[in-house]
Design a protein around this ligand. Structure first.
Ligand SMILES: C[S@@+](CC[C@H](N)C(=O)[O-])C[C@H]1O[C@@H](n2cnc3c(N)ncnc32)[C@H](O)[C@@H]1O
Length: 249
């Protein structure tokens, strides 16, 4: 097992990433956040764990919308520092920690939430088992991650195009889909590690952990997003994010 990578504490990566997030013109704001919010369970009076909480945007959202307590956890000191500086609510707490070690938390939650962080974790079966152990009976897991059809390809070199164009239409390449393993990417910096898992591995890990799947969503850019960012037209009929809501049974 590899040591978890903490790329958000690399100053060059962090600066580029925050520039993108602060612009508000990005796939998080325009596509992922509204779509995962549409799958949100009732959060009033709930104890919520936000895994890979980043700057705490969703943790604050939970507190603003009536959560009883929110615990945000992130591997990155940079992120937790930023989250603390942006948060006033007394019922939101942040800790620096690895998702790989959450079985050590000694409290139970009504909701475990995570936005775009699970593809950084190598052992997904363990992550699901640990989350199941932290959920109260009937507790809910809601998460997003990069979609397996987007994470699958292993390019032969860093400049290789991941699509071909025929008669002006872009056709995306889908290879290496059943090769569940890490992918090293050039994103803000070289060597960012993410983990690809095919769809059945994701679903089966959830089921094996004692949760049942309640709802699955796949992202779709809408007209407003495409108007603001033209290249999102390629995300109208090709999902980039996967959303899953599951319940501890
Ligand atoms: C794409 S950002 C998303 C942040 C936040 N959830 C949001 O949507 O704004 C991914 C976050 O996951 C965190 N992360 C990555 N690997 C982690 C790990 N092994 N344990 C805890 N957090 C991790 C990163 O530090 C980063 O803040």
């Amino acid at each position: 097992m590899r040591k978890p990578q903490n790329v958000y504490d690399n100053s060059q990566f962090f600066e580029e990433y925050q520039k993108m997030r602060d612009s508000k013109i990005n796939a998080n704001e325009l596509i992922e956040i509204p779509q995962i919010k549409a799958m949100m369970p009732d959060i009033k009076d709930k104890m919520i764990l936000d895994l890979g909480c980043g700057d705490g945007g969703m943790s604050r959202y939970f507190a603003e919308n009536g959560a009883k307590r929110v615990l945000g956890l992130d591997i990155s000191n940079n992120m937790i520092k930023l989250a603390k500086s942006k948060t006033q609510q007394a019922n939101v707490e942040y800790i620096v920690g690895e998702m790989e070690n959450i079985s050590k938390l000694n409290e139970k939650f009504d909701i475990v939430f995570s936005s775009l962080a699970f593809h950084y974790v190598e052992d997904f079966e363990k992550l699901m088992a640990d989350i199941s152990g932290l959920l109260k009976p009937n507790g809910i897991l809601l998460f997003s991650q990069e979609h397996p059809i987007a994470t699958a390809i292993i390019p032969s070199n860093k400049d290789m195009k991941k699509y071909i164009e025929i008669n002006g239409k872009r056709y995306f390449l889908l290879s290496d889909y059943n090769n569940n393993s890490c992918r090293s990417l050039n994103w803000n910096i070289e060597g960012v590690i993410k983990y690809h898992r095919n769809f059945s591995s994701i679903i089966n890990a959830i089921i094996k952990s004692g949760m049942s799947v309640l709802q699955v969503g796949e992202s779709q850019a809408d007209e407003k997003a495409v108007q603001l960012v033209e290249k999102y037209k390629y995300q109208i009929d090709r999902p980039y994010f996967l959303y899953i809501k599951a319940q501890k049974v």
